[in-house]
Design a binder for this molecule. Structure first.
Ligand code: CMP
Length: 238
């Protein structure tokens, strides 16, 4: 992975949505408080229950936010990518880390130590507004996932995840089909829907046989028929 240098980071920070309402001096001030850290793929940044000592902004790469079961099973709450942030909750509420964060690709972060973050954030009301907006979006998504866990069966949850991934990849809602280019293993999908890998493999095979999805090289094509399938299923369950 190419290392990013000071001037590039400073320029890049001005384009990050979280910092978009700050002026150049405020961004420079936050940058002066921080350090950059690089981690390889599959590196644990911290574990749920750890004390919160820093805030992280992703400069490059990707992480997953996960809840880990005592038996090693994991539930993926979210994937976060370049421009996203994490680690703010334990700083705002002085509790332990609410989830574990693991890199899913080589990654580079801007890291602001706890005290510096807390000292400065209260002087930056526009930044607080941005935090609130992101919290609301994350809570909305989490509420929806919680509803799916309680109200849909596993076929419905897998269909929903595939359609969500397909549409966040930039597909138009009214298209006939969408392409998921993000590479996910069956285990990743299982960890997103709260099922075993074997169950997910069986559901995906059924979807393939029914023509709802088609594997094309390393990507997956999702057909509109999967949306209809989910609509019918949701009517049945809700
Ligand atoms: P913190 O609790 O400090 O450490 C874990 C981080 O994961 C948390 O801060 C948030 O930044 C992030 N996080 C926790 N829950 C979610 C969620 N449901 N969606 C996205 N990110 C989350």
């Amino acid at each position: 992975m190419k290392q990013i240098f000071y001037s590039e980071i400073s320029t890049y920070l001005k384009t990050v949505p979280l910092f978009s309402a700050l002026d150049d001096d405020e961004i420079e001030m936050l940058y002066a408080l921080s350090k950059t850290r690089r981690y390889p793929k599959e590196n644990i940044i911290f574990l749920q229950g750890d004390s919160g000592d820093a805030f992280y902004l992703i400069l490059n790469g990707e992480v997953k936010v996960v809840l880990l079961g005592a038996d090693g099973r994991e539930y993926i709450l979210s994937f976060l990518k370049k421009g996203d942030f994490f680690g703010e909750m334990a700083l705002f509420d002085s509790e332990a880390r609410s989830a574990s964060v693991v890199t899913t690709a080589d990654a580079e972060f801007l890291v602001i130590p706890r005290q510096a973050f807390l000292n400065h954030i209260s002087h930056l009301p526009m930044l607080l507004t941005k935090f609130l907006s992101t919290f609301s979006k994350r809570l909305r998504k989490t509420d929806e996932r919680l509803g799916d866990l309680a109200l849909l069966n596993v076929q419905g949850r897998v269909a929903k995840i595939l359609l969500t991934l397909a549409q966040t990849a930039g597909g138009l809602p009214r298209a006939e089909k969408w392409r998921i280019s993000k590479r996910l293993t069956h285990q990743d999908i299982a960890s997103m829907v709260g099922a075993t890998r074997e169950t997910v493999t069986r559901v995906l095979n059924d979807f393939k046989q029914q023509g709802h999805i088609v594997a094309e090289g390393k990507t997956l094509i999702v057909h509109k028929s999967l949306k209809h399938y989910l609509e019918v299923l949701s009517d049945h369950f809700y």
